[in-house]
Design a protein. Structure first.
Length: 388
């Protein structure tokens, strides 16, 4: 890598899911700068290109101030069970999310949702694990039934999406639900009167493509608009530059905290195995889990399995101080000794005891952006004594 030219470094997702994650990503992305890989076509790094598109919210809504408290969703279980919170959390509105399946410390989240004094509304397409614990479930539209503008994850393009079928039953998109809720609460600001097509037009007009305006007619026709880089394709430090105040790379930005690039180990004598919970090819996070993931399993290295007298297919309990997950063992050298793996996003019905990987994940957060530390879970595994 040091001697190759051009050289492109591609950083993926997953490395950030621990207490050292944000600093690890920063260290990876610092390599092209330290080794001089910028300034030529094909050189530099790539992570996600969605930052090429910015939404000018002030152009859509005007200047406004929020006076609401903000909480990190990673700590939802802590929030819902905090008796000292003032004022306390008395209502929860869940949309675009299935926190019972995806938020750390699953059992804490469930305890919070079961509170008699918490009113929970879930806006959903399917009956998720979270929806099952709601006081009210509101039907949500699918991508086939709504107006949207989608920006690309990897490509330099954004496009308009139009509904291909009418909304089924009483299903509504997010903007319609929140507008109706706002009107019911007495808000009379103009945005609460807009329908989906007006929102579509407003968002299209508020998009910036690498600083240049979006083309509303293109989106209205269901077509895509690509990013126009001066001089052709993007060349880092050729025709695109960091959006820092001075246009330079910051190797030690304040966002990295007081101890950047210092590795902080996570160890537990009682729970010596590191649990990782990667994505799988059956689901997108927890989406499609209602029918695509019938049986939960934990993957364990042959040496770790032998030390615990576990054979392939055994029912096992994976546990730590936060709870335990009952599932089946899959023995494989695909994970290294000392590490076990359990898919993220699985629904509770897939496990023997209706607890999934997030049961074992702590609510701790990374200093960079408050990211969740799923892979800091430390566990032990033992054979499960099944009732006769």
């Amino acid at each position: 890598y040091a001697e190759s030219t051009p050289a492109l470094l591609r950083c993926g997702w997953g490395v950030e899911r621990n207490a050292n994650g944000g600093q690890a990503v920063a260290a990876i992305l610092g390599m092209p700068a330290l080794l001089g890989k910028f300034g030529i076509p094909g050189g530099g790094y790539t992570l996600s290109n969605s930052g090429a598109f910015k939404l000018d919210k002030a152009k859509i809504l005007g200047d406004f101030e929020w006076h609401s408290r903000e909480f990190n969703q990673t700590k939802l279980g802590e929030l819902l069970n905090d008796s000292q919170l003032d004022p306390p959390a008395k209502a929860l509105f869940v949309y675009n999310c299935n926190p019972v399946a995806t938020v750390p410390d699953q059992q804490s989240v469930i305890r919070g949702l079961l509170r008699d004094d918490l009113f929970t509304v879930v806006h959903e397409q399917v009956m998720t694990d979270t929806a099952l614990l709601a006081d009210i479930v509101l039907p949500a539209v699918t991508f086939l039934e709504q107006w949207e503008i989608k920006r690309a994850y990897g490509a330099y393009a954004a496009g308009g999406v139009q509904p291909v079928i009418p909304a089924c039953g009483e299903a509504l998109p997010n903007e319609a639900v929140f507008a109706a809720l706002g009107r019911a609460l007495g808000f009379d600001d103009l945005p609460f009167q807009w329908d989906s097509q007006i929102w579509f037009e407003k968002v299209a007009a508020g998009l910036k493509f690498n600083g240049k305006p979006g083309q509303t007619p293109v989106f209205r026709q269901g077509k895509i608009q690509t990013v126009d880089f001066d001089g052709g394709n993007p060349v880092q430090f050729g025709n695109v530059f960091p959006r820092t105040a001075d246009g330079k790379i910051q190797l030690l930005p304040p966002a990295l905290g007081d101890a950047p690039f210092r590795y902080q180990p996570v160890r537990s004598d009682a729970h010596p195995l590191a649990l990782i919970s990667p994505a799988n090819n059956k689901m997108i996070s927890s989406s499609l889990g209602e029918f695509n993931y019938p049986t939960l399993f934990v993957t364990i290295h042959p040496d770790d399995a032998a030390a615990r007298d576990i054979v392939n297919g055994d029912a096992v309990r994976v546990f730590n101080e936060l709870g335990e997950v009952h599932c089946h063992a899959e023995i494989s050298a695909a994970v290294r000794s000392g590490v076990v793996s359990m898919p993220k996003g699985a629904w509770r019905k897939s496990a023997i005891n209706h607890a999934t990987s997030t049961t074992l994940c702590p609510q701790t957060t990374n200093v960079v952006g408050g990211g969740a530390c799923f892979n800091d879970a430390r566990v032990e595994i033992a054979k499960l004594k099944m009732p006769v």
